[in-house]
Design a protein around this ligand. Structure first.
Ligand SMILES: CCCCCCCCCCCCCCCCCCC/C=C/C(=O)SCCNC(=O)CCNC(=O)[C@H](O)C(C)(C)COP(=O)(O)OP(=O)(O)OC[C@H]1O[C@@H](n2cnc3c(N)ncnc32)[C@H](O)[C@@H]1OP(=O)(O)O
Ligand SMILES: Cc1cc2nc3c(=O)[nH]c(=O)nc-3n(C[C@H](O)[C@H](O)[C@H](O)COP(=O)(O)OP(=O)(O)OC[C@H]3O[C@@H](n4cnc5c(N)ncnc54)[C@H](O)[C@@H]3O)c2cc1C
Length: 602
């Protein structure tokens, strides 16, 4: 119900309070992160911690890190990540902002040469940030060396006014009434703004005092390292958002009753309808699947970072493919699922008090930010094509592509599934997913060699990423899992996750010969049985997410199930209900009604 200005100020207040508590309680970075999650409104702090600090960590020299991170950690400066421009987002190499070295003063001149080069979107840029890592084309000795990162001060640390040569503001209201409107995504134009040479982030490359450009011995792809880090955190965000939506829809489905009463008896809980289960339980399974793959991705990222520190860059391409692919698949599935959860809750799901519209609006842009999901899947496809060609030349693939080494078997194997029960076998499930992913990648590589097209590999990329998620779920089940019967429930969810994908992508499985039509129909039969088995525990499985009513923010998803009185109470809080007769009655309704009355009496 807050206006944009009130919402923005409210976020500033909450973030400042969280920061105060972080300092007072001496919270670790991990604990502070958890606290931030409970603010639960996008704000400048996200960019400061998730992009500004990591960009300096990844691309700054030790000296630069010492100087800037010290200030950033103490919140003496607030930073953002200014990469995207009005005319350029996905194509980073196409950015236009220039950083031209002037040896006479030992400075870079930062400039926006065109309208389309205006920085556009960075979170916190519009009204809050004092500093930014700005991405610009480095020009020295008359040569354009492409995109590099530069630390720029944007606003005065005394009165917060923009520094000379910098025009800066908010880009305007966004989708939904709340959601991302708490964030001041910004626009910025630079008019020949000078910064000292040592504010170029110099871990990847340096410009000497004389203006000479020098490469370091680290791969230039590390320029994109901050995005790898954030994409990894976004997978965990997606799993959290999806589990919130599913929690609301499952709990409400157990309360809501429609039809089915016999002789005046109670109606049926909508959660008992098979159609409801087949729409909703795959999301429940996905919420668990994304959580487990998110945990694994965090491990992978930590592992890669440790290797990078000891100058082992070999796993960087895989880390890029995994983070890009998983960010893409999990955020797209989550946005679609939240929208469907609204429909699963019927009309009440469309009310703001259900919590679902806000959840949808705030998570939808995750399909776009940190890399448009289609563009990122094309990066995965590129990685797969390279791996296929390496396999063809005898190289043994490792990590998430290790299955491609089993090419002889996977290209011709037939699924062993013969009965409905066979679809309970994780090895049988894994094999069909591996075969489908490999066959699609190989087909794509063959098609590309005939008619090169970057867009060919999209479907193959999806198949590969789904294989990763299924595999990590299966691997999770091989660990010790505490709690009586918990493992059995997770096994059922794992089955639902995998088999619903077979159902959804049956065309791929059939056309690649990985599954026969009969096996596809056995999978559907198994799926129906699993839905019925999960039903008695569905509410417990969402209670296990352990969300408080406050955090869930939903009249429909309340733990106590007292949905109708909550909806009723929420309705009366609407500003329209502050008066019995609405504002505008005197000017617009009364004269109209009076006039019509007069006319009818003539
Ligand atoms: C006290 C402590 C308190 C702590 C408090 C903590 C609080 C924490 C809160 C956490 C909450 C989380 C909240 C999350 C909020 C998230 C906010 C998001 C805000 C959004 C930000 C943005 O959107 S920033 C802008 C993002 N932009 C993009 O993503 C652009 C996408 N485009 C690209 O990445 C590139 O243009 C490209 C990859 C699509 C193409 O690149 P290029 O033109 O160079 O071409 P190639 O395709 O030829 O690639 C060349 C080569 O490089 C490889 N490669 C590409 N990318 C990467 C990479 N990232 N890493 C490694 N390698 C990469 C590519 O594969 C090619 O390799 P080859 O070997 O040549 O094949
Ligand atoms: C809420 C939000 C917050 C953001 N925060 C930041 C931030 O803090 N800092 C920052 O720098 N940026 C930020 N961004 C910008 C974001 O990173 C870009 O929007 C994103 O990278 C996509 O780029 P684009 O908008 O230019 O889309 P475009 O690239 O113009 O995409 C438009 C369409 O074209 C398609 N397309 C593009 N290229 C290809 C291709 N090669 N093949 C096939 N299809 C293609 C896409 O799939 C899409 O459908 C934010 C964006 C949002 C929405």
């Amino acid at each position: 119900m807050l206006s944009r200005k009130e919402l923005f100020k409210d976020t500033l207040k909450k973030a400042a309070h969280a920061w105060k508590r972080t300092v007072e309680l001496h919270l670790t970075e991990e604990e502070a992160n958890l606290l931030r999650l409970y603010i639960d409104q996008p704000g400048y702090v996200d960019l400061h911690w998730v992009m500004f600090v990591p960009a300096i960590k990844g691309q700054g020299t030790e000296e630069q890190q010492k100087k800037w991170l010290t200030m950033a950690y103490k919140f003496q400066i607030i930073g953002t990540y200014a990469q995207t421009e009005l005319g350029h987002g996905s194509n980073v190499q196409g950015l236009e902002t220039t950083a031209t070295f002037d040896p006479s003063t030992d400075e870079f001149i930062m400039h926006s040469p065109t309208l389309t080069s205006s920085k556009w979107w960075p979170g916190g840029l519009g009204k809050t940030s004092t500093h930014a890592v700005v991405y610009a084309r480095l020009i020295t000795e008359g040569k354009d060396y492409g995109i590099h990162g530069f630390i720029m001060q944007l606003r005065s640390l005394d009165d917060h006014s923009p520094l000379p040569g910098i025009t800066i503001g908010d880009i305007g209201g966004k989708f939904g009434s709340g959601a991302y409107n708490s964030m001041d995504n910004g626009v910025m134009r630079l008019d020949h703004v000078r910064i000292p040479r040592d504010q170029m982030l110099m871990r990847l490359a340096q410009v000497t005092r004389e203006g000479k450009y020098v490469h370091s011995d680290v791969p230039k792809q590390l320029l994109y390292g901050t995005m790898v880090y954030v994409r990894q955190t976004i997978v965990a965000d997606a799993s959290r958002a999806l589990s919130r939506a599913v929690c609301i829809a499952v709990r409400y489905g157990a309360i809501r009753k429609q039809f089915g009463s016999k002789a005046g008896g109670p109606e049926t809980q909508v959660l008992n309808y098979k159609t409801q289960q087949s729409r909703l339980f795959p999301f429940l399974a996905s919420a668990y699947a994304f959580r487990f793959v998110g945990q694994w991705l965090k491990w992978l990222y930590t592992d890669v970072t440790q290797k990078l520190e000891s100058k082992d860059f070999s796993t960087l391409p895989e880390a890029h493919a995994c983070t890009a692919g998983l960010k893409s698949v999990t955020t797209s599935a989550t946005a679609d699922a939240i929208e469907e959860c609204q429909k699963l809750c019927g009309g009440h799901g469309y009310l703001n008090s259900s919590g679902l519209p806000e959840l949808f609006a705030v998570n939808l842009p995750a399909c776009t930010y940190e890399g448009d999901n289609v563009v990122l899947l094309l990066q995965v496809a590129r990685f797969l094509m390279k791996t296929v060609s390496q396999v063809a030349s005898g190289k043994q693939p490792v990590g998430t592509t290790a299955y491609m080494g089993n090419i002889q078997h996977l290209m011709q194997c037939k699924s062993v599934v013969n009965t409905v029960e066979d679809w309970l076998n994780p090895a049988a499930i894994k094999e069909v997913f591996e075969a489908r992913a490999l066959r699609m990648a190989v087909n794509c590589a063959q098609n590309i060699s005939k008619a090169p097209s970057q867009e060919e590999g999209f479907e193959a990329a999806v198949a590969h990423v789904q294989l990763i998620i299924v595999t990590k779920f299966i691997e999770k089940l091989q660990e010790d899992i505490l709690g009586h019967g918990v493992k059995e429930q997770l096994q059922k969810l794992c089955g639902i996750y995998a088999l619903h994908l077979i159902h959804k992508h049956l065309g791929d499985f059939l056309s690649t010969g990985c599954v026969t039509a009969r096996q596809g129909s056995l999978a559907n039969e198994r799926l129906g049985k699993l839905y019925a088995q999960v039903r008695p525990n569905a509410v417990a499985l969402v209670d296990a997410f352990d969300y408080t009513d406050h955090y869930l923010g939903s009249a429909l998803g309340r733990y106590d199930g007292d949905v109708y009185s909550a909806l009723y109470k929420e309705a009366w809080k609407d500003p329209l209900n502050e008066t019995v007769v609405p504002d505008g009655y005197q000017e617009h309704l009364r004269p109209l009604l009076k006039q019509q009355l007069k006319l009818s009496r003539l």
